[in-house]
Design a protein around this ligand. Sequence first.
Ligand code: SAH
Length: 483
Amino acid sequence: MSQSRVFIVGAGTGRVENLTVKAKRLIETADIIFYDRLINQNILMLAQSTCKKVYVGKEPAGHFTPQDQIIQYLKEASQEYQTIVRLKSGDPYVFGRGGEEAMALAQEGISFEVVPGVTSSIGGLSYAGIPMTYREVALDFHVFTARSKEGDAEHDWGAISRLKGTLVFLMGVKNLPKITQALIDNGKNPATPVAVVEWASRSQQKLVVGTLETIYQKSLAATIKPPSLIVVGDVVKFNESLNYFMNKPLFGRHFAIPQSQAQLLLPLLEDLGAEVILFSSPTKVKAELSLPLSDEEMDVCLLDGSALTAFINWMNKHQTDWRHLKLKKLTVVGEHTQSALESIGIHPDQYYKNFDVLSHQSMNPDQIYIGSQESFKQLIRMNQVFEKAEFYSSSSEVFEKLENESSLEALDGIIYSNTKAVRSIEQYFKDEKLKRQLQQTTAYCLGEQAYRELNRLGFHSIIQTQEPHYQSLQALLIQIFNK
Ligand code: SAH
């Protein structure tokens, strides 16, 4: 086994797409991840299914996992796992005790690496339309923490108040009146623009703009909470022209999509400003076929691609090949399965485009049906006669539990690209409350089949895109949500 490594990784401001290429690669290959409170669940969804995820942020009672404990966890993990990721928000070395963790690892002689991330103290501002520097307005910028180990941070307020550039305070919500008062008392103009940005870059982002004199009252009125950035300086006023993010058509909206669709659908929705919640897709577990070996001629129907793979595996296992098979009739369902067969030079006797067509045929009692459990169930739903069919399972689907089911509540919509996507949400129907909630959430779907499946599952409001592709979905969402 090669040497185990600890990576202290910056997760950026919270949006998945703000991860660095290296951070993404490490999360995708990690064996264990220790993560903080501000980490977006979708970032954790990038991890492989075998990866262990350990929360080391604020505990319910409000206490942080002690630093010694985290170091102990990392030490133990380095004995057991190969790739260990310590995932921290923003940049690991900007507050949040990243330096201390690295130092402790160095002292313990544990091999580690630090992967920089987009810090909220700089990157977060752009989501509020505030440039950190601007020629002739801010030639420098300064980042402060409002908290220290002992409590409130003690700063040289006289020196800070003389600075002309942009001032950014982290962890400052509780101390906002103290910060503004200290700046005014030390000579800063009370009319200096100030912005408070809560949950920068996330769909729940809030922006409050005022001056040193007014910002506290305004923040109270807007019930600003941590995590927030406090930005002091003339650059704040540019937000009126530069706030592209909060003006996006789907800003503030939440959509859930199956993880299997994330590659294309996640960037599309994020670009429109939405926050996306990924729910896990089922993983396929292959089954080995044990078909009756007989001298009689067989009628075989392959219901899907997994059936073809399993059938070929079965032939290999029994050292037989197509030429010697006593196949009376070979039937296949689905375009992909048919073309896969034809690519190896075999032309089925009968072909059905989908289960719809097949289900309208009479069930052949002498035929064996091979396919995934899910395909067979679907066929039976369409025509109960098939319950009597001689069926051999080539695969089944296993669902993984969603880490944070509450994120499926209060959604603006769930998007189903196909019937498989519908099936992956069905797993949450075991919980009656969640089931009712999901049924009441607007379902957006591509294609007729997904529509019918959603109907069957009792979704109250189902909207089908005009065309079964993502461009059509994009146009539809913009039309509905762009106020
Ligand atoms: N290492 C982090 C900072 C950790 S300290 C970084 O580089 O961003 C935690 C503080 O960071 C919070 O209290 C808040 O002030 C700020 N913060 C982190 N993420 C934020 C976000 N998305 N929006 C606003 N503030 C954020």
